[in-house]
Design a protein around this ligand. Structure first.
Ligand code: SF4
Length: 504
């Protein structure tokens, strides 16, 4: 080994993320049109989408007098909304948002949905994704007199919509055509709920039906919770406009644009009980595990998932190989945020506290451990060491997607390239660092095959560096600065969270 792999200096100490060592989610969107309990349904919808963002949550409801009522706060959905807070929101239309910040700092003022009262009336917006031309548009708007209240790129869309223009849909169309990058949006005016997906379709957005009303959500699992019927996915480049006359559809980008759905939704982000492009996410992950077993067979006694992220792929590996599946790691579901300072001891504790190993199951056994990704390697190394300390004879690490070698500029919090383990080290170096007997990743072709869709459907830039939407390299700097700002202000945001819990 020519270069040793240094111990990671990065620990997810304050994030409350479901799985340390994984990239964080971005945002969840949920909207309701024409239901007497729109705010309550939105609350439950956000509950179902909590995995997409745990830093802040918010709901804007439009009451029967056409007034917007807003509540936003730092923390998880049940921390942000008490019963009284929900009662203060009423109306037959609402949109909600759960956020993990990928641009802008983690601060209450950046919590969404955002609202604006302009010459067009009131507009609320909830956004999932990252705009790749945000810096340029913001500078342009500021030059023309726009005053920004937040540091999030979503506010740019609100300012574009608030610009003077003809009535009707053309302002919406012209505004959306100016933004570039990855976005799914919910917009609410006093009489319309609008869902928009970017022309490449990076982020999911689905339409559902509930009695006489309509719902829009980032993932279909939110429909199940409120017993709404899935109608269809919003198409890439489409705006779905819902008003008292029903649902209209506008294709904002009639010219052909490359499709680029984020394949990492199938690998990790989306909930397994969601369906995207007609494919159930659990079944796709099982197929990835099966494919991995075909590509990377091993002689072993047990297949063990890293819960919960590796569960489906490990099941697939086991089914394909015939090697017994065993839940040897037990997850502690009651671990929340840690406020302790990041000493190495606390870092180790944070990695261990969420999962405990049933040593008797693995003692003397050859174990295949399956997870869906290795980003920095720290967490995986701890799991391998857990298994070896418990007496596992061999530990083979299997990853149900290819190595992550490039940062994401479309809204996923992958670290800079120099912190991505696979970008810096060879397979053998990583295997040695993990202390594993072997290490293998699913091939890119195998990953795509498991989805049953064409390779042209996907963005896979974090694997192969082929970015579907060109971006200014200086954006890397902008994104990283935003992320640093987010980390710096996280303590401030949490302080607000604590204040809020005392107040309500
Ligand atoms: S770069 Fe990776 S994580 Fe980002 S949108 Fe593309 S596939 Fe998803």
């Amino acid at each position: 080994m020519s270069e040793s792999v240094p111990p990671s200096t990065v620990g997810h100490l304050c994030c409350g993320a479901p799985n340390p060592g994984h990239p964080r989610h971005y945002c969840g969107l949920f909207g309701v049109f024409n239901h007497e309990q729109a705010p309550e349904l939105t609350y439950y919808g956000l509950y179902a989408l909590q995995h997409r963002g745990q830093e802040s949550a918010g709901i804007v409801a439009c009451d029967d007098d056409g007034q917007f009522r807003v509540h936003r706060g730092m923390g998880l959905v049940p921390q942000v909304f008490s019963e009284e807070r929900l009662k203060g929101l009423n109306g037959r239309m609402a949109i909600g948002h759960t956020r993990y910040s990928t641009t802008g700092s983690s601060h209450l003022r950046n919590a969404q949905p955002l609202t604006v009262d302009c010459s067009r009336g009131q507009i609320a917006i909830a956004h999932n994704g990252n705009l790749t031309n945000a810096a340029q548009l913001r500078a342009e708007l500021e030059e023309r007199g726009s005053i920004f209240q937040t540091t999030v790129d979503s506010e740019i869309i609100v300012h574009l919509l608030a610009q003077p223009g003809p009535p009707g849909d053309s302002t919406l169309v012209q505004s959306i055509r100016r933004i570039e990058g990855a976005y799914s949006l919910l917009l609410m005016t006093t009489n319309e709920l609008i869902g928009v997906r970017d022309p490449h379709g990076f982020r999911p957005l689905s339409l559902g039906r509930l009695k006489d009303g309509w719902v829009l959500a980032s993932e279909t699992c939110a429909f199940d919770l409120i017993q709404a019927d899935f109608v269809r996915d919003v198409d890439p480049g489409e705006a779905v406009i819902i008003d008292r006359d029903g649902v209209r559809s506008i294709q904002i980008f009639p010219e052909h644009r490359r499709r680029a759905f984020c394949i990492f939704e199938y690998v990790y982000f989306a909930r397994p009980d969601s369906a995207i492009s007609g494919r159930n996410v659990h079944q796709v992950r099982v197929a990835m595990g099966r494919q991995l077993a075909k590509e990377q067979p091993r002689e072993a006694d047990l297949v063990v998932p890293v819960p919960d992220s590796g569960n489906c792929a490990a099941l697939g590996y086991s089914l394909q190989s015939g090697i017994p599946f065993e839940m040897a790691f037990v997850r502690n579901h009651y671990v929340g945020r840690s406020f302790l300072q990041p000493t190495q001891l606390i870092r180790d504790f944070n990695v261990r506290v969420k999962l405990n190993l049933i040593g008797d199951l693995v003692r003397g056994k050859r174990v295949i451990i399956v997870d869906d990704s290795i980003v920095r390697g720290t967490t995986c190394q701890t799991r391998v060491n857990n298994l070896k300390e418990a007496g596992a004879r061999e530990v083979h690490v299997m990853v149900s997607c290819p190595p992550h070698q490039h940062p994401c500029v479309y809204g996923i919090d992958f670290p800079e390239r120099d912190k991505l383990m696979a970008a810096r080290y060879s397979l053998d170096q990583i295997r040695d660092y993990l202390n594993a007997d072997s290490l293998a990743y699913l091939s890119q072709e195998g990953m795509v095959e498991a989805t049953g869709l064409s390779p042209d459907s996907f963005c896979m830039a974090c694997y192969d560096g082929d970015y579907p939407v060109p971006y200014d390299a200086s954006l890397d700097k902008h994104i990283m600065e935003s992320r640093r700002a987010r980390v710096q202000t996280l303590g401030e945001g949490l302080a607000e969270d604590t204040r809020q819990q005392r107040l309500f």
